[in-house]
Design a protein around this ligand. Structure first.
Ligand code: 2P0
Length: 320
């Protein structure tokens, strides 16, 4: 048999940065995120005599995956089985486009499908957490919340809740980042004097953003989205050594968006552990927004996404 799964990346409006427990990826800050359409991690898993993971055709060092695979096997009654994993992303990997969220969600789903498990989404979300905290979220489509200290994410608003919602992903650099989110957030926790204020101020930000989202209120949600990523970067810049994921084009985009808002666009950016800038805007503005960004900050690649579906899994006959 083969287990298959497809998951979209989970892009946070309100950020998870820092862990309560490094052992099991429970977050110190609650996050509010949207699962994206169009971008996807597609994974298939079969039984084998040893564990192996191939991503985009390249075999990966197995160490990063072994604790996760062991956790999945323990949770799905597959102890002592080897798993051969093949996964592809149709968007840049490990570049700050949330490939670990979709990748680990799809891996948890594919292994559950292979096991013939009837595990509910809440269990799949908790299993995906063992791979990456953000992977709890795209088990569900639409908008999701992964609360501080939680073991699993929860659906917040469904995929069709806000049909007008678009995300323009501005790809500043295609390559993988030098410092993983995992190392970066641990460094912020251990060394930034702004880490605790970041953690302390995040529940209010999350609560206000959930409320603004429930009203589909761009003018309230947008500034909260900006506060979240800029406060998160405050902890990164003030870590020792400093963590600076930005590139010149990142700042150029941030400043261009400030100008475009003054010119009437309803467009609010966020960033993650990488140089890419992601812009939330109404559907009717997306094409013109890309044209303006391309004109003022030329040479980048732009992808546009909408809220997408949650994890999809299935099982097929195949070589044993
Ligand atoms: C987020 N990020 O909420 C935040 C914003 C990046 C910046 O979740 O250590 O890859 O595997 O739990 O999930 C990226 O962190 O970290 C992330 P681990 P993960 O989307």
């Amino acid at each position: 048999m083969k287990g298959h799964a497809v998951a979209g990346p989970s892009l946070a409006l309100i950020k998870y940065w820092g862990k309560r427990s490094t052992a099991d990826n429970t977050p110190a800050t609650g996050s509010l995120a949207v699962t994206l359409s169009g971008l996807e991690s597609r994974t298939e898993v079969s039984f084998d005599d040893r564990d192996s993971v191939v991503v985009n055709g390249e075999e990966q060092p197995i160490d990063r995956f072994l604790p996760f695979l062991d956790g999945l096997k323990a949770g799905l009654d597959l102890e002592n089985r080897g798993l051969a994993v093949k996964s592809t992303n149709n968007f840049p990997t490990a570049a700050g486009l949330a490939s670990s969220s979709s990748g680990f969600a799809a891996l948890a789903g594919a292994v559950a499908a292979l096991a013939g498990s009837e595990a509910p989404p809440s269990k799949l979300s908790a299993l995906a957490r063992l791979g990456s905290g953000s992977a709890t979220r795209p088990i569900y489509g639409g908008f999701t919340v992964f609360d501080a200290g939680a073991l699993a994410a929860e659906p917040e608003q469904g995929e069709s809740f806000w049909p007008d919602f678009r995300v323009v992903l501005c790809v500043v650099r295609e390559g993988a980042k030098a410092t993983s989110s995992r190392k970066g957030m641990e460094s912020s926790r251990l060394t930034s004097p702004y880490y605790q204020p970041w953690v302390d101020s995040s529940p209010a930000l999350l609560a206000e953003a959930r409320n603004a989202l429930s009203h589909r209120d761009w003018s309230r949600l947008g500034p909260l989205v900006r506060q979240s990523y800029l406060r998160m970067f405050g902890t990164m810049f003030s870590s020792e050594p400093p963590l600076i994921y930005w590139q010149p084009e990142s700042l150029a985009l941030i400043q261009t968006l400030e100008a475009l808002r003054r010119e009437g666009f309803t467009a609010y950016e966020t960033m993650d552990a990488g140089p890419q800038v992601k812009v939330f805007c109404p559907a009717a503005q997306a094409v013109e927004l890309v044209a303006e960004l391309d004109r003022r900050v030329p040479g980048l690649r732009y992808l546009t996404a909408a809220p997408g579906p949650g994890l999809r899994t299935w099982r097929t006959p195949g070589e044993v």
